[in-house]
Ligand binder design. Structure first.
Ligand code: CA
Length: 422
């Protein structure tokens, strides 16, 4: 019999939020994380209602397929319960929640998932995300419109495409069956962890911190160290090769909103608790809703988001183009200035056919471009010059200006004539 628990659940309100809208559950066979969002109010209510309803599916199943069906059915039942609750309390309209859960059956795991909370499996030191985010940005990534790196900083990255709530009577829930073996670590977390702590860091903590509880605590602390702008919830399950239920290491139960009495912001003077099918709600004056998650209710809103994204892409293209034009203009301007500068210089040298000439510009060439041209050619040949002057001309003689160049040329012409007519 194990002496240390093989599962742990930790939830923290974070450093910015006034209330915890996350819920977590660590049971005997079932493990759940839910991240609620409010319309007017009630993100905490949504995650708590869903988690408590789904926790009713915590049982020993003989076949993993049965567990998968039971988990999916529990999530659909939670969805109905949320709709009924909104029907009874219109103040809660628009509330919803992500849910990611696993049910263990021997060496297999039944998984059900909706939203952007995540499930990871750490195996042999490698962390693998086994759920897909049902987010707007993930849809953009899947369709190749943005990269995963762009998605991570996208201003609409928290917009969810699918949740449980009062919006959709038949929510699209991902389910699958995975294997689990001794040494595997299963991490369920809200985006309060995965959006702020890099996967490398999560993997490093899971690989190095042995105790289940200590590892869960350490992950939450890591998010707090990053400022924890959001609620953060971590549920961790260690597979030590034995059945979780058999060794009596049942988990710590509910955490987060699901661990507190269910209350919500009342619309008026009515503070009477209302009995729901399975739950009791107490109105409560709560803090104003915080806008992190927003579930698009209509297709037109989605279109609006996609259009917004297109506009952003267009703006990026225009900015890039303007940048290129500015850089090209600067380069052309600099070249023109440099060329102008070269053309203020003169020198005396020899032409290709051996005559003394005045050149405007400098002697250098840039690739095929000559930075000088002949300004004036004399009839005098370089060969007619005395040896010393000939060498000077062959090496070229710099002039201060055009006038100076003419003086030099005249002197050379005179020297040639006196040299050839002794
Ligand atoms: Ca969150």
């Amino acid at each position: 019999m194990a002496t240390t628990p093989l599962s742990a659940a930790v939830s923290h309100v974070g450093k910015i939020r006034s209330n915890n809208q996350d819920s977590g559950y660590s049971g005997r066979h079932l493990f759940v994380v839910a991240d609620g969002m409010g319309g007017h109010a009630g993100g905490d209510v949504a995650s708590a209602i869903a988690t408590k309803r789904i926790a009713e599916a915590d049982a020993a199943y003989t076949a993993v397929a049965d567990a998968e069906s039971a988990l999916q059915a529990a999530m659909i039942a939670a969805n109905s319960l949320l709709a009924e609750t909104v029907f009874e309390h219109s103040e809660l309209t628009g509330m919803g929640t992500t849910v990611s859960g696993i049910l263990r059956v021997g060496d297999q795991i039944a998984l059900a998932h909706i939203g952007d909370s995540r499930i990871y499996r750490l195996r042999d030191g490698t962390l693998e995300q086994v759920t897909a985010d049902h987010t707007f940005v993930q849809r953009l990534v899947d369709s190749g419109r943005i990269t995963p790196e762009e998605a991570a900083v996208h201003p609409r990255r928290s917009v969810l495409m699918r949740v449980l709530g009062d919006v959709d009577a038949a929510p699209e829930i991902d389910t699958k069956i995975l294997d689990t073996r001794a040494g595997d670590r299963w991490l369920l977390c809200s985006d309060g962890l995965s959006s702020y702590v890099a996967e490398d860091k999560i993997a490093q903590i899971l690989t190095t911190v042995r105790s289940t509880q200590a590892a869960a605590d350490r992950l939450v602390k890591e998010s707090l160290d990053h400022g924890a702008p959001d609620n953060v919830t971590v549920v961790l399950l260690d597979d030590d090769g034995t059945d979780v239920d058999a060794d009596g290491s049942a988990g710590s139960g509910f955490v987060g909103s699901a661990a507190a009495p269910l209350m919500f912001e009342g619309g008026g003077s009515e503070r009477r608790p209302i009995r729901l099918p399975t739950l009791l709600l107490h109105p409560l004056k709560a803090s104003p809703p915080e806008d992190t998650h927003f579930e698009p209710e209509r297709e037109e809103f989605l279109e609006q988001l996609i259009e917004e994204d297109r506009r952003r892409a267009r703006r990026r293209r225009i900015t890039w183009l303007v940048g290129v034009v500015v850089v090209v203009a600067a380069i052309v301007g600099a070249i023109a200035l440099a060329y102008q500068w070269t053309q203020t210089h003169y020198y005396v040298g020899a032409t290709d056919d051996g005559r003394i000439a005045i050149f405007q510009g400098v002697q250098q060439t840039i690739g095929p471009i000559q930075l000088s041209h002949i300004e004036q050619t004399s009839a005098t040949r370089v060969d007619d010059l005395p040896a010393f002057q000939r060498q000077q001309v062959e090496a070229t003689i710099n002039a201060d200006d055009l006038l100076d160049a003419h003086d030099i040329l005249n002197r050379l012409v005179a020297a040639a004539e006196s040299g050839s007519t002794p």
